[in-house]
Design a protein around this ligand. Structure first.
Ligand code: SF4
Length: 478
């Protein structure tokens, strides 16, 4: 816990204060239950990334703690949309769904609707909701999510919409309730915000500047998770490679990984996202030496053209990126590399695109998320004049996708017939006799099994490669 002051309170005092609100909210919910003559339900709908998914677990933790019963159904008594604003059309989706929710609310006097997340950090969005979606009960942003119970109480005590948006914060409030989606794996925030200002990205404007959690708080949280049955953690941050720089006693991400690796009972460590500009030799060494760190690195390329990378404000060039890949492969030969690539960034020429294609062929990614550049209002790139011809962009996108898929299929095929460790994650949704799990390199494997195997590791023979996943059979318990 950082001893920072929040409105004159330390982090610990703020946590205690929020627990008082949780208790108060519990009484309000009990009262509502009595009026309704039944248990009340809640539905948390998450848009966007892993950070949002983890935030949603915190919201659900509080909602279930105060008495709501979780449901996936948006006819629930409390519906919260945890929004994303990375793409402009993501906002339209939320408005569309809100219209649909308003009809439910007319029929259910107990229903409450809350909106939070990145989209709410945009003043124009909040203004629109205030004016045109007056049936919404609660609006808050990314920086004050820990105040959810307090805001909920405020709404219960008022008869109008509560809006609480902060521009930024340097605060981290620990130890509030969390309801995990999976019993055996969990995301763990190690830092919040981003300092990089890539010219196409809205994140620094809506998630604020980088703030790292203290290593001891992270370790304590993971130890608690392991005691509760978790065997895999995903360390989360917008740029984990710059973890710890702003702590009073700076710690590197490599040092943190080594500490997490020592936690007894923990089996697997993943992390995301890694910015190439901050990826150190020390981190590569830590990945090689820490037996629990999965053999997978997601390393966003974005473009293979150094000229475009400069305009994107990525702070690395093609050669530096390829050098990192070479070092990673030398240190960990069987590491899986995945990436993100944007096609059609303003000003991208045929030559720039060919350079991207060249890097893809050279690196041979195990898989890649390819995106067509989408203009995001509020970012420098949106104001750039040289927006590309959509037909050309589509042609490039198709070429890139084809190349990526061919390489992925070839790489996946190379593991066919091997026996590898798989974490059993869930019962297969198409065939209940199968269990779906993941290899250390993040590939998916389906193999015969029963639900009691979920959360355990098995050695599985990859009998058949189906392109992007494998069919397998158990060789032995890991
Ligand atoms: S590193 Fe760049 S792309 Fe990633 S969140 Fe930060 S600004 Fe956005």
């Amino acid at each position: 816990m950082r001893d920072l002051e929040i409105n004159g309170l330390t982090g610990e005092e703020e946590t205690r204060r929020q627990y008082e609100y949780i208790e108060k909210a519990r009484q309000y919910v009990a009262q509502k239950e009595k009026e309704a003559g039944r248990k009340l339900t809640c539905c948390v709908h998450t848009f966007g990334c892993q950070m949002n998914a983890r935030d949603s677990e915190k919201l659900l933790g509080i909602l279930t703690d105060i008495g709501y019963v979780e449901t996936e159904d948006e006819h629930a008594d409390f519906v919260i949309y945890n929004t994303c604003t990375v793409r402009e059309n993501a906002n339209n989706k939320v408005y569309g769904r809100l219209g649909y929710l308003s009809n439910f609310k007319k029929k259910n006097p107990h229903m409450m609707i809350a909106l939070c997340g990145c989209m709410m950090q945009e003043p124009t969005v909040v203004e629109k909701i205030r004016k045109s979606y007056r049936f919404v009960d609660l609006v808050f942003g990314t920086h004050n999510i820990y105040k959810f119970a307090e805001l909920l109480c405020n709404r219960m005590e008022s008869d109008s919409m509560i809006i609480d948006i902060w521009k930024d914060t340097d605060k981290i409030v620990e130890d509030l309730p969390i309801r995990r989606k999976f019993s055996f794996k969990s995301g763990v925030n190690i830092m919040f915000g981003c300092n990089n200002f890539c010219s196409y990205c809205i994140v620094p404007y809506v998630r604020g500047r980088e703030r790292s959690r203290e290593p001891k708080d992270i370790i304590r949280e993971i130890e608690g998770l392991v005691a509760d049955g978790v065997c895999e953690v995903m360390l989360l941050g917008q740029n984990v490679n710059s973890y710890g720089k702003n702590l009073e006693q700076p710690v590197t991400f490599a040092e943190l990984l080594r500490e997490v690796n020592k936690i007894e009972g923990l089996k697997r460590i993943r992390f995301m996202t890694s910015h190439p500009k901050d990826l150190s030799d020390d981190l590569i060494l830590a990945m090689k030496e820490c037996d629990k760190v999965c053999k997978h690195m997601h390393l966003p390329l974005q473009s293979g053209s150094s000229r475009i990378l400069k305009i994107m404000n990525r702070h690395y060039d093609k050669e530096q990126y390829l050098t990192i890949v070479k070092k990673l492969r030398e240190a960990i030969p069987d590491i899986a590399l995945t990436t993100d690539i944007i096609v059609g960034f303003p000003g991208e020429t045929e030559e720039d695109f060919q350079e991207t294609l060249e890097v893809v062929k050279q690196v041979e990614y195990d898989s890649a998320f390819t995106f067509i550049y989408s203009k995001r209002t509020g970012t420098p790139a949106a104001a750039m004049e040289d927006q590309c011809d959509p037909a050309e962009v589509k042609r490039h996108f198709d070429l890139l996708l084809k190349e990526v898929q061919q390489i992925s299929a070839k790489k996946a095929m190379a593991l066919e017939g091997k026996v590898m460790e798989v974490l059993a994650e869930e019962q297969n949704t198409q065939d209940a006799s199968l269990i779906t799990g993941r290899l250390s390199n993040n590939s998916v494997v389906h193999f015969p099994g029963t639900p009691d195997m979920i959360g355990k590791l098995f050695m599985v023979k990859l009998t058949e490669c189906k392109g992007f996943y494998y069919l397998g059979e158990i060789a032995e318990n890991a």
